[in-house]
Design a protein around this ligand. Structure first.
Ligand code: C5P
Length: 283
């Protein structure tokens, strides 16, 4: 085996409760995260004489896929020379976790290519060194994330579909959290009960970063009203934005609503239909 191909899905935070900033600069979160089907990046790792990365537009050493190989080399105590090629479909700075998902897929692919034999908990520990969202993507599916996002446990959520709209404005995560700090909501007790049905899920989805993201990017308000008027049962910010998800009960409903959303928001915005939760990568 000298080549391993791993798909890297995007994610949606069906709930994102954020607590006040802690001295390490991060915010404690409680989030129900789901991996999505419909779009994905593809990470291909091939044995090579030295490490190279091809990821058009993002092929510098800050790429989490490059850093994933660094972390594995340190853990293994040896060089793991390979070429990492990333075919990207997931838009950047949209809150969909594309870069984090690529990082996790690279950990999984390099582990397999070099037969390192690392188990899921070990890969999740290594993933936490890359970023708060990366451990989730080692397994995918549906999980509760706590801590700064790096502590994950498997969960279940009812099926749903969504139209994701990414307006032509990127939002960097630290900026949105800084805006959150200006008007933090009152503290609440974490509630880890997940609605049992798609219908009750619609009334339950929430994201504490909505208000700060809207204050930085007022165009999100238009996106929200277009999705609502096109029939979305709920509208929620994707992570820290700038993507916005309009939820529908079924993929058929979302596909039926898509042309009206496209007509009002494309070509400026990127519009795509997804569904979730996708099957976990490992049981
Ligand atoms: O962990 P990651 O590198 O993805 O985080 C990027 C930035 O997002 C952090 O430096 C921090 O400013 C912010 N962040 C936060 N609280 C979290 C996760 C991220 O404040 N739980």
């Amino acid at each position: 085996m000298d080549r391993v191909v791993v798909t890297a899905p995007p994610k949606l935070n069906l709930c994102l409760d954020v607590g006040p900033r802690t001295p390490d600069g991060y915010h404690p979160i409680t989030s129900l995260m789901v991996a999505l089907d419909g779009i994905r990046d593809v990470v291909t790792v091939t044995g090579a004489p030295q490490r190279t990365l091809s990821c058009p537009g993002f092929d510098d050493p800050s790429n989490l896929a490059w850093r994933a190989v660094d972390v594995l080399e340190r853990h293994a105590g040896r060089a793991l020379p390979c070429h990492v090629a990333i075919d990207k479909q997931i838009p950047a700075q949209a809150g969909l976790g594309g870069g984090s998902s690529d990082g996790a897929a690279t950990l999984v692919a390099v582990n397999a290519l070099f037969r390192l034999g690392l188990d899921v908990p070990t890969l999740q520990d290594l993933a936490a060194r890359l970023g708060s969202d990366v451990p989730f993507f080692v397994r995918g599916g549906c999980q509760w994330a706590t801590g700064r996002g790096e502590r994950v446990v498997p969960a279940e959520a009812p099926p749903f579909a969504a139209i994701i709209v990414v307006p032509p404005v990127g939002l960097a995560t630290p900026r949105v959290y800084r805006a959150f700090d200006e008007h933090p909501p009152p503290a609440r007790t974490p509630d880890l009960t997940v609605p049992a049905t798609t219908e009750t899920l619609m009334a339950w989805v929430r994201n504490d970063l909505w208000a700060p993201a809207r204050s930085l990017a007022p165009e999100l308000v238009d996106v929200e009203s277009v999705l609502t008027s096109c029939g979305a049962g709920a509208v929620v910010l994707c992570g820290s934005g700038s993507g916005v998800a309009g939820l529908f009960a079924t993929e058929r409903d979302a596909r039926r609503a898509r042309p009206a959303v496209v007509e009002r928001l494309e070509p400026a915005a990127w519009v795509s239909v997804v569904s979730g939760p996708s099957r976990p990568r490992v049981a």
